[in-house]
Structure formats: structure tokens, C-alpha cells
Design a protein around this ligand. Structure first.
Ligand code: SF4
Length: 274
């Protein structure tokens, strides 16, 4: 787990999966890929295998060792719902989130169909937890808007949208059942521009539909220069956050141990970690 994440809307990142496969236009300048590929071939580095998909089961118990409650972005360097991640591993990740419930987890995916299927079946136990926020990425109309419909049709307590990189005007969006909207422009070399009116339209719709609005950044090649003010102010709204009491250290250790032994008894996961 990495504390003090540079991502504006979270406190920390937790990556029990590394690497991913591109799926839609929003992936074109994937920051995770750029970062990971820098270390391909560097012996002993966590990204020695670059951006190739890799399960990291030794990271699964990490939230138990962190006793102050945090907002945790799950798999900032991957997508938990990509087809290469077995159901048993997704389940194991959700079991940790449901048990180490003094943290609030933010899970973001572009694979909204699989998210929807699993929340209705194998992830039902975690779907309605107050401390787990389920979200989809939305970059345009063609790929992004259908993900909102999948998310809305999924059983979940908190559903959210990360509209980043916003690549075009999304038009009128149905925000029913959505508890949080983040908007941001693309940053880094080759960043595609984001128009002010596209952002203002989403802000207007959030206001009209009573949805908290978080404006992350304008982005651009020089992100720091462009900042994150919209009409002279920042927008840092969040959904209401539920915080469970933090157990004492011994209890944290025993929770971690019981979760780990339950994984070990699951044939599929034992196979994965072998
Ligand atoms: S889904 Fe996310 S992590 Fe995966 S390639 Fe696309 S932007 Fe990168």
C-alpha cells in the first residue's frame, strides 16, 4: 500500500494486481502503463515485468497492517475486473475490503459488465457494504456511457463515476443511483484537450441531480500550471463516508490471519499463489 497518494481524490493506493490490457480510448495515455514500463527488466523492482498482468497475493493482507482509516484506491495500477484476473482472486480482494472495514475502498473499472455480473453473484457479500465504493471510468459517449448503465444496474451502496480523461461533451447524463462524480482532463505528453463547457455541463447536471462533484484537474501537458480551479474555486465534494471503529493491533492481526487461512483453503486461490 502506498500512503499519501498524489491522486487528488484518495489517501492511499493498494495494488494486489499489477498491469493491464488497454480496452478503450481512455487508455491511450495510461499513466500506469507509462510508469510500469519504465522499470521493465529492472531486477527485483515491483514492475520488473513492466505492465504485464500480474497477481500479487502477498499484497492482499496489506490493509490489515494499516490501522488509521484511509480512503484507499484499489488497483490504481491495474483493473481488477479485466478477464485475466480469476473470479476467486476478485473475491479474495473483496473479502479483504469487507473485513478490514475501517478503511473506505474505491474500486474503479472499465470492465463494467463483469463488475455488474459479479456484484450480482460472487461479490454479493460485498456489494452493499458502506465502506466499498464501486465505480466506472467514463471518457466518451461510445464507451463511457454504457458503463454508467451497467453500474446503475449493479447492486451497490455507493456508485461513482470517474469521468477522466474527459474527451468530449457527454450530453445529458442520467445520474440516478450515482453517489459521486469526479471529472478531470488528461495530463502528460500528448494530452488531449478538455473544453470548459464539457465540465460545466457535468457540474450543472450534478447540481440538478444532487450528486457530489469533484473537479480533479484541467490536465494538459503541464498539469501543475493548469491547476484545478473551476470558475475561481476548487470542487472537492465527496459522498458521505462511513467509518467503522479500528480494532486493536492483536485483533487486526487475527483478522488478517483468518482471512489468509480462508484463502489458503480455497483450491483456486492456492493454485494462483503457487
Ligand atoms: S483500464 Fe485503466 S489501467 Fe487498464 S490500460 Fe486502461 S487506463 Fe490503464
Amino acid at each position: 500500500m502506498s500512503l499519501n497518494s498524489a491522486i487528488e481524490w484518495t489517501d492511499a493506493t493498494w495494488n494486489p494486481v499489477r498491469g493491464c490490457v488497454k480496452i478503450s480510448p481512455g487508455c491511450k495515455h495510461c499513466y500506469a502503463e507509462t510508469f510500469a514500463e519504465r522499470f521493465r527488466g529492472v531486477k527485483g523492482h515491483p514492475y520488473e515485468q513492466g505492465f504485464d498482468l500480474r497477481l500479487v497475493p502477498e499484497k492482499l493482507p496489506e490493509p490489515f497492517s494499516w490501522r488509521s482509516p484511509r480512503l484507499v484506491f484499489v488497483n490504481s495500477m491495474s483493473d481488477l475486473f479485466q478477464s485475466g484476473v480469476p473470479d476467486a482472486y476478485v473475491e479474495a480482494t473483496a473479502m479483504v475490503m469487507a473485513t478490514a472495514n475501517w478503511h473506505t475502498y474505491q474500486i474503479l473499472t472499465k470492465r463494467s459488465q463483469r463488475l455488474c455480473e459479479l456484484l450480482r453473484t460472487k461479490l454479493q457479500f460485498a456489494s452493499e457494504k458502506d465502506n466499498i465504493w464501486w465505480g466506472v471510468s467514463v471518457e466518451d459517449r461510445e464507451y463511457g456511457l454504457p458503463r454508467i448503465a451497467h453500474l446503475r444496474n449493479s447492486p451497490a451502496r455507493i456508485r461513482f463515476l470517474s469521468i477522466e480523461p474527459l474527451l468530449e461533451d457527454l450530453g445529458e447524463i442520467d445520474l440516478s443511483g450515482i453517489s459521486w462524480v469526479i471529472v478531470g482532463g488528461e495530463s502528460g505528453p500528448g494530452a488531449r484537450p478538455m473544453k470548459r463547457e464539457w465540465v460545466v455541463s457535468i457540474r450543472r447536471q450534478c447540481r440538478a441531480q444532487g450528486v457530489p462533484f469533484f473537479f480533479k484537474q484541467w490536465g494538459g501537458v503541464r498539469k501543475a500550471k493548469n491547476g484545478r480551479l473551476l470558475d475561481g474555486r476548487t470542487y472537492d465534494e465527496y459522498p458521505e463516508r462511513y467509518t467503522a471503529p479500528v480494532p486493536d493491533k492483536a485483533r487486526c492481526l487475527s483478522l488478517a490471519e483468518s482471512i489468509l487461512s480462508s484463502f489458503r483453503t480455497r483450491a483456486e486461490l492456492v493454485q494462483l499463489t503457487a
